[in-house]
Design a protein. Sequence first.
Length: 137
Amino acid sequence: MKTKLILSLGISAAFTTAALAELELGDAAKLPAAAKTAGVTYDKQIKPIFEKSCVKCHSGEKPKGKYSMESLAAILKGGKEGKGVVAGNSAKSPLVHMTADLVKDMEMPPTDKRDKYPALTKDQIGLVRAWIDQGAK
Ligand code: HEC
């Protein structure tokens, strides 16, 4: 009984470590710079970018990664690995690192799906960064 418990604790600890390692952020210095644009809002500039490249997979009953991107509230809430957006800090936001291809095996949109869902350009990533740095309103 005791051995079994220790064994299962060991296994779940190993899984937790693997999941966190997967979401390890890249080197923030490699991110495209934040845009200098003032007053960036989700409705004005960000929603159209996400609708084109992200929302098809991140919506509906079973959004990929349990991460719905259907509304600003959902985007801020996060997915199975936690928050994608850290409001006020784009350099620490996993979503930004993923769109900049700095998270191995978690590039967003997935690299093999970019014929249908275009990768974000450096300018678009810069706008997303500015939006997050300004509080993700
Ligand atoms: C073709 C489908 C597809 C598209 C398009 C797509 N994703 Fe994903 N996304 C996935 C899948 C699949 C996962 C889960 C990957 C995993 O956990 O291994 C995921 C996971 C994520 C996660 C992690 C969620 C969590 O908590 O685990 C974030 C953040 C994310 N995507 C952001 C984006 C953004 C931003 C875009 C658009 C720029 C985007 N995705 C476009 C399929 C997609």
